[in-house]
Design a protein around this ligand. Sequence first.
Ligand SMILES: Cc1cc2nc3c(=O)[nH]c(=O)nc-3n(C[C@H](O)[C@H](O)[C@H](O)COP(=O)(O)OP(=O)(O)OC[C@H]3O[C@@H](n4cnc5c(N)ncnc54)[C@H](O)[C@@H]3O)c2cc1C
Length: 361
Amino acid sequence: MDVVVVGGGQAGLATAFYLRRAGLTYVVLDEHRVPGGAWHHAWSSMRLFSPAEYSSLPGWRMPPSTGGNPDADHVVDYLAEYERRYEIPVERPVAVHSVSRVAGGFLVEGMNQRTGEHVTHRAGAVVSATGTWSRPFVPAYPGRASFLGRQCHSSHYTSPSSYEGHRVMVVGGANSGAQIAADLAPVAEVCWCTLDELAFLPDEVDGRELFRIASARVRGDEGAGGVAGLGDIVVVPPVRDARDAGLLVRHEMPERFTRAGAVWADGTTLEFDDILWCTGFRPALRHLDGLDLPREGAHVATDGPRVVSEPGLYLVGYGDWTGAASATLIGVGQWARAAVDDIVAHLDHGAVSDRGDTARP
Ligand SMILES: Cc1cc2nc3c(=O)[nH]c(=O)nc-3n(C[C@H](O)[C@H](O)[C@H](O)COP(=O)(O)OP(=O)(O)OC[C@H]3O[C@@H](n4cnc5c(N)ncnc54)[C@H](O)[C@@H]3O)c2cc1C
Protein backbone atom coordinates (compact mmCIF):
# COMPACT_ATOMS: atom_id res chain seq x y z
CA MET A 1 0.00 0.00 0.00
CA ASP A 2 1.12 3.54 -0.59
CA VAL A 3 0.10 5.34 2.59
CA VAL A 4 -1.14 4.66 6.11
CA VAL A 5 -2.90 7.56 7.82
CA VAL A 6 -2.93 7.30 11.62
CA GLY A 7 -5.97 9.12 13.04
CA GLY A 8 -9.40 9.67 11.51
CA GLY A 9 -10.37 13.12 12.79
CA GLN A 10 -10.59 16.18 10.56
CA ALA A 11 -6.87 16.13 9.73
CA GLY A 12 -6.91 12.43 8.76
CA LEU A 13 -10.00 12.88 6.60
CA ALA A 14 -8.62 15.95 4.81
CA THR A 15 -5.48 13.95 4.05
CA ALA A 16 -7.60 11.03 2.80
CA PHE A 17 -9.44 13.40 0.45
CA TYR A 18 -6.20 14.31 -1.33
CA LEU A 19 -4.84 10.76 -1.26
CA ARG A 20 -7.99 9.59 -3.02
CA ARG A 21 -7.70 12.39 -5.55
CA ALA A 22 -4.08 11.45 -6.22
CA GLY A 23 -5.15 7.85 -6.88
CA LEU A 24 -2.94 6.40 -4.14
CA THR A 25 -3.78 3.29 -2.12
CA TYR A 26 -4.24 4.05 1.56
CA VAL A 27 -5.99 3.18 4.77
CA VAL A 28 -6.93 5.32 7.78
CA LEU A 29 -6.51 3.74 11.23
CA ASP A 30 -8.55 5.40 13.95
CA GLU A 31 -8.71 4.51 17.61
CA HIS A 32 -12.21 5.96 18.11
CA ARG A 33 -15.18 3.65 17.68
CA VAL A 34 -17.12 6.24 15.67
CA PRO A 35 -16.29 9.13 13.29
CA GLY A 36 -15.75 12.66 14.60
CA GLY A 37 -12.38 12.69 16.38
CA ALA A 38 -12.02 15.08 19.28
CA TRP A 39 -15.33 16.75 18.57
CA HIS A 40 -16.99 13.97 20.57
CA HIS A 41 -15.39 15.35 23.69
CA ALA A 42 -16.44 18.98 23.39
CA TRP A 43 -18.55 20.43 26.17
CA SER A 44 -22.24 20.78 25.42
CA SER A 45 -22.28 24.58 25.02
CA MET A 46 -19.21 24.77 22.75
CA ARG A 47 -19.72 26.52 19.43
CA LEU A 48 -17.31 26.91 16.53
CA PHE A 49 -15.51 30.22 16.16
CA SER A 50 -16.88 30.66 12.64
CA PRO A 51 -20.04 29.98 10.65
CA ALA A 52 -20.38 26.62 8.87
CA GLU A 53 -19.28 27.93 5.47
CA TYR A 54 -15.94 28.94 7.02
CA SER A 55 -15.44 25.59 8.75
CA SER A 56 -15.23 23.20 5.83
CA LEU A 57 -12.80 20.51 4.81
CA PRO A 58 -11.67 20.32 1.18
CA GLY A 59 -14.21 19.29 -1.44
CA TRP A 60 -17.50 19.59 0.40
CA ARG A 61 -18.87 22.55 2.34
CA MET A 62 -20.20 22.03 5.82
CA PRO A 63 -24.01 22.34 5.66
CA PRO A 64 -25.37 25.46 7.39
CA SER A 65 -26.33 25.20 11.05
CA THR A 66 -29.33 26.70 12.76
CA GLY A 67 -29.07 29.10 15.72
CA GLY A 68 -25.59 30.56 15.23
CA ASN A 69 -22.24 28.92 14.65
CA PRO A 70 -22.23 25.11 14.53
CA ASP A 71 -21.98 23.07 17.71
CA ALA A 72 -19.82 19.95 18.14
CA ASP A 73 -22.63 17.56 17.15
CA HIS A 74 -22.98 19.39 13.86
CA VAL A 75 -19.26 18.89 13.22
CA VAL A 76 -19.43 15.19 14.14
CA ASP A 77 -22.33 14.70 11.69
CA TYR A 78 -20.38 16.55 9.01
CA LEU A 79 -17.24 14.46 9.50
CA ALA A 80 -19.25 11.21 9.49
CA GLU A 81 -20.96 12.21 6.25
CA TYR A 82 -17.63 13.36 4.76
CA GLU A 83 -16.21 9.91 5.39
CA ARG A 84 -19.18 8.27 3.63
CA ARG A 85 -19.24 10.72 0.76
CA TYR A 86 -15.61 10.11 -0.18
CA GLU A 87 -15.71 6.39 0.73
CA ILE A 88 -12.73 6.83 3.00
CA PRO A 89 -11.49 3.42 4.18
CA VAL A 90 -11.26 3.84 7.95
CA GLU A 91 -10.43 0.86 10.18
CA ARG A 92 -11.94 1.31 13.66
CA PRO A 93 -11.24 1.06 16.48
CA VAL A 94 -7.54 0.53 15.81
CA ALA A 95 -5.01 2.12 18.16
CA VAL A 96 -1.58 2.42 16.56
CA HIS A 97 1.23 1.87 19.02
CA SER A 98 4.30 1.89 16.79
CA VAL A 99 5.67 3.03 13.45
CA SER A 100 9.06 1.69 12.41
CA ARG A 101 11.33 1.99 9.41
CA VAL A 102 11.52 -1.07 7.15
CA ALA A 103 12.89 -1.61 3.65
CA GLY A 104 10.86 0.50 1.23
CA GLY A 105 8.92 2.44 3.84
CA PHE A 106 7.29 1.89 7.21
CA LEU A 107 5.69 -0.81 9.30
CA VAL A 108 2.67 0.42 11.25
CA GLU A 109 1.49 -1.73 14.15
CA GLY A 110 -1.57 -1.43 16.31
CA MET A 111 -4.38 -3.27 17.98
CA ASN A 112 -8.05 -3.55 17.17
CA GLN A 113 -9.64 -2.37 20.40
CA ARG A 114 -12.76 -4.44 19.89
CA THR A 115 -11.26 -7.81 18.93
CA GLY A 116 -7.79 -7.52 20.48
CA GLU A 117 -6.37 -8.47 17.08
CA HIS A 118 -2.85 -7.29 16.18
CA VAL A 119 -3.02 -5.01 13.12
CA THR A 120 -0.06 -4.41 10.80
CA HIS A 121 0.32 -2.46 7.58
CA ARG A 122 3.36 -1.74 5.44
CA ALA A 123 3.38 1.45 3.42
CA GLY A 124 5.70 3.70 1.48
CA ALA A 125 4.60 6.74 3.52
CA VAL A 126 2.87 7.44 6.83
CA VAL A 127 0.78 10.44 7.79
CA SER A 128 0.26 10.95 11.50
CA ALA A 129 -2.95 12.88 12.22
CA THR A 130 -3.63 11.93 15.81
CA GLY A 131 -4.41 15.39 17.18
CA THR A 132 -3.82 16.38 20.78
CA TRP A 133 -6.95 15.43 22.67
CA SER A 134 -5.50 12.25 24.19
CA ARG A 135 -2.59 14.18 25.71
CA PRO A 136 -4.03 16.84 28.03
CA PHE A 137 -1.41 19.01 29.70
CA VAL A 138 -1.53 20.12 33.32
CA PRO A 139 1.38 22.26 34.53
CA ALA A 140 3.30 21.34 37.68
CA TYR A 141 2.42 23.67 40.57
CA PRO A 142 3.56 23.38 44.17
CA GLY A 143 0.98 21.54 46.26
CA ARG A 144 -1.25 20.55 43.33
CA ALA A 145 -1.27 16.88 44.29
CA SER A 146 -2.26 17.70 47.87
CA PHE A 147 -5.55 19.38 46.84
CA LEU A 148 -8.37 17.17 48.12
CA GLY A 149 -11.14 18.50 45.88
CA ARG A 150 -11.91 17.42 42.33
CA GLN A 151 -9.46 18.24 39.53
CA CYS A 152 -10.52 17.99 35.91
CA HIS A 153 -8.88 18.93 32.61
CA SER A 154 -10.96 20.73 29.97
CA SER A 155 -10.68 17.60 27.81
CA HIS A 156 -13.10 15.90 30.20
CA TYR A 157 -15.40 18.85 30.93
CA THR A 158 -18.88 18.29 29.53
CA SER A 159 -21.33 20.70 31.22
CA PRO A 160 -21.82 22.83 34.36
CA SER A 161 -24.36 20.44 35.89
CA SER A 162 -22.01 18.79 38.39
CA TYR A 163 -20.55 22.16 39.47
CA GLU A 164 -23.74 23.89 40.62
CA GLY A 165 -23.15 25.87 43.82
CA HIS A 166 -19.44 24.92 43.85
CA ARG A 167 -16.42 27.16 44.29
CA VAL A 168 -14.42 26.48 41.14
CA MET A 169 -10.97 27.65 40.15
CA VAL A 170 -10.68 27.76 36.35
CA VAL A 171 -7.04 27.87 35.22
CA GLY A 172 -6.01 29.06 31.77
CA GLY A 173 -6.36 32.26 29.76
CA ALA A 174 -7.05 30.94 26.28
CA ASN A 175 -10.31 30.03 24.54
CA SER A 176 -11.15 26.91 26.51
CA GLY A 177 -10.60 28.75 29.81
CA ALA A 178 -12.79 31.65 28.69
CA GLN A 179 -15.58 29.44 27.38
CA ILE A 180 -15.63 27.14 30.41
CA ALA A 181 -15.44 30.06 32.89
CA ALA A 182 -18.39 31.62 31.02
CA ASP A 183 -20.26 28.31 31.08
CA LEU A 184 -19.80 27.87 34.82
CA ALA A 185 -20.21 31.47 35.97
CA PRO A 186 -24.04 31.49 36.07
CA VAL A 187 -24.20 28.46 38.40
CA ALA A 188 -20.91 28.39 40.31
CA GLU A 189 -18.57 30.75 42.13
CA VAL A 190 -15.76 31.02 39.57
CA CYS A 191 -12.23 32.21 40.28
CA TRP A 192 -10.57 32.48 36.86
CA CYS A 193 -6.78 32.36 37.17
CA THR A 194 -4.40 33.05 34.30
CA LEU A 195 -0.65 33.50 33.95
CA ASP A 196 -1.00 36.57 31.74
CA GLU A 197 -3.46 39.42 31.42
CA LEU A 198 -6.55 38.49 29.39
CA ALA A 199 -6.39 39.26 25.67
CA PHE A 200 -9.86 39.40 24.10
CA LEU A 201 -10.21 39.89 20.38
CA PRO A 202 -12.56 42.70 19.36
CA ASP A 203 -16.14 41.43 19.59
CA GLU A 204 -16.74 41.51 15.84
CA VAL A 205 -13.69 39.34 15.07
CA ASP A 206 -14.20 35.60 14.72
CA GLY A 207 -12.44 32.56 13.29
CA ARG A 208 -12.72 33.94 9.76
CA GLU A 209 -10.38 36.82 10.59
CA LEU A 210 -7.99 34.47 12.40
CA PHE A 211 -7.84 32.27 9.34
CA ARG A 212 -7.21 35.29 7.13
CA ILE A 213 -4.30 36.36 9.33
CA ALA A 214 -2.86 32.84 9.43
CA SER A 215 -3.12 32.54 5.64
CA ALA A 216 -1.45 35.91 5.14
CA ARG A 217 1.42 34.76 7.34
CA VAL A 218 1.81 31.60 5.27
CA ARG A 219 2.21 33.87 2.24
CA GLY A 220 4.92 35.71 4.15
CA ASP A 221 2.81 38.84 4.63
CA GLU A 222 3.69 39.55 8.28
CA GLY A 223 2.10 43.01 8.06
CA ALA A 224 -1.34 41.44 7.58
CA GLY A 225 -1.59 40.62 11.29
CA GLY A 226 -4.29 43.24 11.71
CA VAL A 227 -6.25 43.15 14.88
CA ALA A 228 -4.57 40.74 17.21
CA GLY A 229 -2.67 37.61 18.08
CA LEU A 230 -3.96 34.29 16.81
CA GLY A 231 -4.19 32.85 20.30
CA ASP A 232 -6.35 35.64 21.73
CA ILE A 233 -9.80 34.88 23.08
CA VAL A 234 -12.58 34.84 20.52
CA VAL A 235 -15.60 36.59 22.00
CA VAL A 236 -18.26 34.01 21.17
CA PRO A 237 -21.73 35.01 22.44
CA PRO A 238 -21.60 33.13 25.80
CA VAL A 239 -18.20 34.70 26.57
CA ARG A 240 -19.49 38.13 25.60
CA ASP A 241 -22.59 37.73 27.81
CA ALA A 242 -20.60 36.57 30.83
CA ARG A 243 -17.99 39.32 30.36
CA ASP A 244 -20.66 42.02 30.00
CA ALA A 245 -22.40 40.74 33.13
CA GLY A 246 -19.13 41.21 35.03
CA LEU A 247 -18.77 37.47 35.62
CA LEU A 248 -15.36 37.06 33.98
CA VAL A 249 -12.84 38.51 36.39
CA ARG A 250 -9.22 37.55 36.01
CA HIS A 251 -7.01 36.62 38.98
CA GLU A 252 -3.28 35.95 39.06
CA MET A 253 -2.10 32.41 39.48
CA PRO A 254 -1.70 31.40 43.12
CA GLU A 255 1.71 30.72 44.60
CA ARG A 256 0.77 27.21 45.67
CA PHE A 257 -2.12 24.85 46.22
CA THR A 258 -3.20 23.44 49.57
CA ARG A 259 -5.47 20.59 50.66
CA ALA A 260 -8.47 22.94 50.62
CA GLY A 261 -7.61 25.53 47.98
CA ALA A 262 -4.78 27.90 47.15
CA VAL A 263 -2.56 30.64 48.58
CA TRP A 264 -1.48 33.77 46.70
CA ALA A 265 1.78 35.69 47.02
CA ASP A 266 0.13 38.45 49.08
CA GLY A 267 -1.11 35.90 51.63
CA THR A 268 -4.69 35.65 50.34
CA THR A 269 -6.12 32.18 50.90
CA LEU A 270 -9.20 30.81 49.13
CA GLU A 271 -10.96 27.47 49.33
CA PHE A 272 -12.32 25.57 46.34
CA ASP A 273 -14.35 22.47 45.60
CA ASP A 274 -12.89 22.02 42.11
CA ILE A 275 -10.00 23.01 39.91
CA LEU A 276 -10.58 22.97 36.19
CA TRP A 277 -7.36 22.94 34.16
CA CYS A 278 -7.84 24.61 30.78
CA THR A 279 -4.14 24.45 30.14
CA GLY A 280 -3.91 22.92 26.72
CA PHE A 281 -2.59 19.77 25.13
CA ARG A 282 0.51 18.15 23.74
CA PRO A 283 0.68 16.35 20.39
CA ALA A 284 -0.28 12.67 20.60
CA LEU A 285 2.86 11.21 19.04
CA ARG A 286 3.82 8.29 21.28
CA HIS A 287 3.39 5.87 18.37
CA LEU A 288 6.42 7.56 16.76
CA ASP A 289 8.71 7.21 19.80
CA GLY A 290 10.62 4.29 18.25
CA LEU A 291 11.77 6.51 15.35
CA ASP A 292 13.60 8.76 17.79
CA LEU A 293 12.80 11.88 15.76
CA PRO A 294 15.07 14.90 16.30
CA ARG A 295 13.36 17.86 17.92
CA GLU A 296 13.49 21.57 17.33
CA GLY A 297 12.59 23.25 20.60
CA ALA A 298 9.44 21.66 22.00
CA HIS A 299 8.46 19.81 18.84
CA VAL A 300 9.62 17.26 16.30
CA ALA A 301 11.57 19.10 13.58
CA THR A 302 9.23 19.64 10.62
CA ASP A 303 9.05 21.69 7.47
CA GLY A 304 5.29 22.27 7.21
CA PRO A 305 3.88 18.76 7.62
CA ARG A 306 7.04 16.98 6.45
CA VAL A 307 9.23 15.42 9.13
CA VAL A 308 12.66 16.70 8.26
CA SER A 309 14.64 13.68 9.42
CA GLU A 310 12.38 10.93 8.06
CA PRO A 311 11.51 10.99 4.34
CA GLY A 312 7.98 9.65 3.85
CA LEU A 313 6.69 10.64 7.29
CA TYR A 314 4.25 13.55 7.74
CA LEU A 315 2.49 15.25 10.65
CA VAL A 316 -0.80 16.91 9.73
CA GLY A 317 -3.08 19.05 11.88
CA TYR A 318 -1.14 19.56 15.12
CA GLY A 319 -1.00 23.34 15.10
CA ASP A 320 1.09 26.11 13.66
CA TRP A 321 4.35 24.18 13.97
CA THR A 322 3.05 21.72 11.34
CA GLY A 323 1.40 24.48 9.25
CA ALA A 324 -0.37 27.74 10.06
CA ALA A 325 -4.00 27.14 11.13
CA SER A 326 -3.53 23.40 10.55
CA ALA A 327 -5.49 22.58 13.73
CA THR A 328 -8.66 24.10 12.29
CA LEU A 329 -11.26 22.68 9.94
CA ILE A 330 -10.77 25.40 7.35
CA GLY A 331 -6.99 25.49 7.68
CA VAL A 332 -6.03 21.83 7.62
CA GLY A 333 -6.82 21.23 3.94
CA GLN A 334 -3.89 23.20 2.54
CA TRP A 335 -1.44 21.23 4.70
CA ALA A 336 -3.06 17.89 3.89
CA ARG A 337 -2.66 18.76 0.22
CA ALA A 338 0.98 19.80 0.74
CA ALA A 339 1.66 16.48 2.46
CA VAL A 340 0.03 14.47 -0.33
CA ASP A 341 1.87 16.41 -3.06
CA ASP A 342 5.09 15.59 -1.26
CA ILE A 343 4.08 11.94 -0.84
CA VAL A 344 3.42 11.59 -4.56
CA ALA A 345 6.91 12.91 -5.30
CA HIS A 346 8.43 10.74 -2.58
CA LEU A 347 6.79 7.54 -3.88
CA ASP A 348 7.68 8.39 -7.46
CA HIS A 349 11.30 8.75 -6.46
CA GLY A 350 11.90 5.14 -5.75
CA ALA A 351 10.34 4.18 -2.43
CA VAL A 352 8.96 0.69 -2.85
CA SER A 353 5.28 0.28 -2.08
CA ASP A 354 3.15 -2.81 -2.22
CA ARG A 355 0.08 -1.75 -4.16
CA GLY A 356 -1.59 -5.13 -4.04
CA ASP A 357 -3.12 -5.39 -0.59
CA THR A 358 -5.72 -2.62 -0.44
CA ALA A 359 -8.57 -1.49 -2.67
CA ARG A 360 -7.65 1.63 -4.62
CA PRO A 361 -10.10 4.36 -3.53
C1 LIG B 1 -12.60 25.82 22.90
C2 LIG B 1 -12.22 25.25 21.56
C3 LIG B 1 -12.82 25.74 20.43
C4 LIG B 1 -12.46 25.25 19.17
N1 LIG B 1 -13.05 25.80 18.11
C5 LIG B 1 -12.68 25.40 16.88
C6 LIG B 1 -13.26 26.02 15.73
O1 LIG B 1 -14.10 26.91 15.83
N2 LIG B 1 -12.86 25.57 14.50
C7 LIG B 1 -11.93 24.58 14.35
O2 LIG B 1 -11.62 24.22 13.24
N3 LIG B 1 -11.36 24.00 15.44
C8 LIG B 1 -11.70 24.38 16.69
N4 LIG B 1 -11.13 23.80 17.76
C9 LIG B 1 -10.04 22.81 17.56
C10 LIG B 1 -10.50 21.39 17.26
O3 LIG B 1 -11.33 20.90 18.27
C11 LIG B 1 -9.27 20.46 17.16
O4 LIG B 1 -8.16 21.19 16.78
C12 LIG B 1 -9.48 19.37 16.12
O5 LIG B 1 -10.45 18.46 16.58
C13 LIG B 1 -8.20 18.63 15.79
O6 LIG B 1 -8.45 17.71 14.74
P1 LIG B 1 -7.45 16.53 14.45
O7 LIG B 1 -8.04 15.72 13.34
O8 LIG B 1 -6.08 17.03 14.32
O9 LIG B 1 -7.46 15.69 15.82
P2 LIG B 1 -8.65 14.89 16.50
O10 LIG B 1 -9.98 15.48 16.22
O11 LIG B 1 -8.24 14.69 17.92
O12 LIG B 1 -8.60 13.48 15.73
C14 LIG B 1 -7.52 12.60 15.94
C15 LIG B 1 -8.04 11.19 15.75
O13 LIG B 1 -6.92 10.33 15.86
C16 LIG B 1 -7.23 9.23 16.68
N5 LIG B 1 -6.00 8.77 17.31
C17 LIG B 1 -5.22 9.39 18.24
N6 LIG B 1 -4.15 8.63 18.55
C18 LIG B 1 -4.27 7.51 17.80
C19 LIG B 1 -3.47 6.34 17.66
N7 LIG B 1 -2.33 6.16 18.35
N8 LIG B 1 -3.88 5.38 16.82
C20 LIG B 1 -5.02 5.51 16.09
N9 LIG B 1 -5.81 6.61 16.18
C21 LIG B 1 -5.42 7.59 17.02
C22 LIG B 1 -8.24 9.77 17.69
O14 LIG B 1 -9.02 8.72 18.18
C23 LIG B 1 -9.04 10.76 16.83
O15 LIG B 1 -10.14 10.14 16.23
C24 LIG B 1 -11.48 24.23 19.03
C25 LIG B 1 -10.90 23.69 20.18
C26 LIG B 1 -11.27 24.20 21.43
C27 LIG B 1 -10.60 23.63 22.66
